[in-house]
Write a new protein. Structure first.
Length: 719
């Protein structure tokens, strides 16, 4: 049995870093501390600032009236709280070590209570409470929820390492000066958790850890920390820390069990907090959110163990960095998308060259099941997020019924990646899980959220639940990038203020297509295509994925109703791949041909070789193939349900309109195929599409992100 004795020599240890006023308040509170008779107490203060900015305050306190036998000040030049605490321990042995933080204030009977509890309980370590002192003006739920307090169980309660820390703690000196002296791990001195790690190790060696409610200290809470975002980050960091420590303890639960247990606690806390939330009291639900953050931190540490030390809680100060450089810090911008498509790569490349930006692209996957692209992402900083992806069949019931199989992504690692990169602006495409995570990050960190959501009238009518979800997400955005007339119409209908919408026009890569057309062998490629499909026939081409959304079945049905005299003069070529290939490969009509997937470097020759481009979509949110055809001088017979229709097509002037669901579709298609001035439409289309450039598109994103731009963003004249 361990002999219980009262320590006769006690050392109070604290580390400080550039908080002179708070340190002075703590030292002033020490002057009133009662020291039990027969006990010698010394104070050890380690300044973790290499300039020794707090040494004057420490030296001044040494010369004032205080109850301590000795006051020692040291400097640890490397900013690392574990190393600073170890410096304090290395000053010399003591029967007991007491730890406090430099932003705390102690009460008169604080030290007596710690020592008495340690003696009465025979404990190896005693932990007292810390009460947070919130600044004026913070939401009441923060104080009601006591989220800034470090509460403890009734005095004498035995606890495990998860309830430990060094802010108001007494530890027997034998653990630091015995045959096997323990020290704080410097590897965790910047990430946090070196204190919990130490107590977990001594607990494994039989240390008894107890509480003491009477040893009261209070802690200043800066206004910058009195936010929901800071609390979320704190719980997330705790999840990282606890997972790292728990994995090293043999008898702890498995990582999966810890994660599931925390998710269950999240659900229970949220359910328990809902009645209070209805009465305007948020603290109950906030507790559930923080439990979720704890679970997410633990999950990330489980999946990526190195993340527990990559996370930095104690960063080098801005002042230290500014002493080394006077250069302006780059503005970090994160662009979130599902994959990098070849037609978007130039946009990202231009954005990455924005002066003053640190630009990074976050993707969910390398590719999707119905894509044959190969994009290397050269010249870009690309981060592939941990993500679950699956295929799902979705129905569009109005205004045109159709179903299709799409790829869905759940980027569960995105929030971690964002907190690691810490962007000041996030640009997120589409209105799904990805944007929800982006909204959560920006809401917690008070950074700017830009949502890129170009819509068509068809996509704007996809059900009340989906619309409610989209309205909510869009309400989180600081600005919304829309593309064209239909997009603005839909976004305003969803409640987005007109002033929040940045109109930019979708663009294909003019330079790439024009370079293809300028190549020496280009005309030979065009001639080969025309020869392949009959030089005595005109060619109509459909470019894109072979899926129901593209309106392929409607076009084939309409094509079959054309007079034989019209079809005998034309070949309808489908350039693409997808689940509907079999329908086209086995089509009985000899005038219908399947060319298959066309690589991007070859596509200009196919547009140029054809007399008419047909875009029969049932609801594409734009239709970039119309831009591509126009750049190549090929006119488009465009579905009125395409998102690009209102901006790109002027019916009868630079293209033609059709509704393949209408009764008059066969007549309209026949008139288009027999129109005498298709070539003139192509010339007009090429002239009009000059205003739809990558430069304007990139300028629009920069404007949405808050950068001043000089490029005119309004649609080009001509419509």
């Amino acid at each position: 049995m361990k002999t219980v004795t009262t320590p006769s020599r006690v050392a109070i240890c604290l580390a400080t870093y550039r908080r002179p006023e708070l340190l002075r308040e703590l030292l002033d509170s020490f002057k009133m501390v009662r020291v039990p008779r027969g006990i010698i107490v010394e104070l050890r203060v380690v300044d973790n600032d290499r300039t020794g900015s707090s040494m004057d305050i420490i030296n001044a306190f040494r010369d004032e009236n205080h109850p301590f036998f000795k006051v020692t000040g040291k400097i640890e030049p490397e900013q690392n709280i574990a190393m600073a605490r170890n410096v304090a321990l290395d000053i010399g042995p003591a029967d007991a070590i007491v730890f406090v933080d430099d932003d705390e204030i102690v009460e008169e009977g604080w030290l007596e209570a710690l020592l008495q509890t340690g003696t009465d309980s025979g404990a190896d370590a005693v932990f007292g409470p810390v009460h947070g002192r919130l600044p004026d003006g913070v939401p009441q739920w923060m104080s009601r929820g006591c989220f800034y307090d470090k509460r403890v169980a009734p005095t004498g309660t035995v606890v495990d390492w998860k309830q430990t820390r060094t802010s108001n703690t007494l530890v027997l000196g034998a653990w630091f000066y015995g045959r096997r002296p323990f020290r704080f791990d410097p590897a965790l001195g910047r990430s946090g958790g070196s204190d919990s790690d130490l107590f977990a190790r001594i607990a494994e060696h039989g240390a008894k850890l107890v509480t003491c409610r009477e040893a009261i200290v209070s802690e200043e809470v800066p206004a910058a920390r009195a936010t929901l975002g800071w609390l979320w980050s704190r719980w997330y960091r705790n999840g990282l820390i606890y997972e790292r420590i728990a994995r090293a303890i043999p008898h702890e639960r498995s990582s999966m069990m810890r994660f599931l247990r925390r998710l269950g606690a999240t659900g229970l806390l949220l359910c328990r907090g809902l009645p209070s939330l209805l009465r305007g009291r948020f603290e109950g639900c906030a507790a559930g959110l923080f439990e979720l953050s704890l679970a997410m931190g633990g999950f990330v540490a489980w999946m990526r163990p190195e993340s527990t030390v990559e996370h930095v809680a104690y960063r080098a100060s801005r002042q230290e960095k500014d002493e080394k450089t006077t250069e302006a810090k780059p503005h970090r911008v994160a662009f979130l998308c599902n994959i990098i498509s070849p037609y978007r790569q130039p946009v990202y490349k231009h954005l990455s060259e924005t002066p003053g930006w640190d630009f990074r692209v976050f993707i969910d996957a390398d590719n999707e099941f119905d894509r044959e692209w190969s994009v290397d992402g050269v010249g870009l900083q690309v981060r592939k997020t941990r993500c679950l992806s699956w295929k799902r069949t979705v129905w569009c019931r109005q205004p045109i019924p159709f179903k299709q199989v799409i790829t869905l992504h759940f980027p569960f690692g995105l929030l971690y990646d964002l907190f690691r990169f810490r962007p000041q602006t996030v640009i997120s495409s589409e209105l799904g899980f990805r944007t929800a995570f982006a909204a959560l990050y920006c809401g917690l960190t008070h950074n700017k959220l830009v949502i890129w959501s170009y819509q068509s009238r068809v996509s704007g009518t996809q059900g009340s639940w989906r619309e409610a979800w989209r309205r909510w997400l869009l309400s989180r955005a600081d600005s919304v990038v829309g593309m064209g007339i239909q997009a603005r119409e839909v976004l305003e209908g969803w409640g987005v203020p007109s002033s929040h919408i940045v109109d930019i026009l979708n663009s294909a890569n003019h330079h790439a297509l024009e370079n293809q057309m300028a190549a020496p062998e280009f005309q030979n490629k065009v001639d080969a295509i025309r020869t392949r499909y009959g030089s005595d026939r005109k060619l109509a081409i459909v470019v894109g994925r072979l899926i129901p959304l593209k309106g392929i079945e409607g076009l084939l049905e309409t094509w079959s109703q054309l007079p034989d005299s019209t079809r005998s003069n034309w070949t309808l070529v489908f350039a693409g791949s997808g689940p509907m290939e079999a329908l086209l490969r086995d089509h009985p009509d000899e005038s219908v041909k399947l060319a298959g997937y066309i690589p991007e470097p070859e596509i200009a020759a196919w547009y140029t070789a054809t007399d008419l481009h047909i875009f029969p979509t049932r609801g594409d949110v734009w239709g970039l193939v119309v831009n591509e055809a126009s750049i190549c001088g090929t006119p488009t017979l465009c579905s009125v349900h395409a998102g690009c229709f209102d901006d790109v097509i002027d019916d009868g002037k630079n293209g033609l309109a059709i509704d393949f669901t209408g009764d008059d579709a066969p007549r309209v298609l026949q008139e288009a195929l027999e129109h005498p001035d298709l070539e003139g439409f192509g010339v007009a289309a090429r002239k009009h599409i000059r205003g739809f450039t990558l430069e304007r598109m990139v300028a629009g994103f920069r404007q949405a992100a808050g950068q001043e731009v000089s490029v005119l963003l309004q649609p080009a004249s001509g419509l």
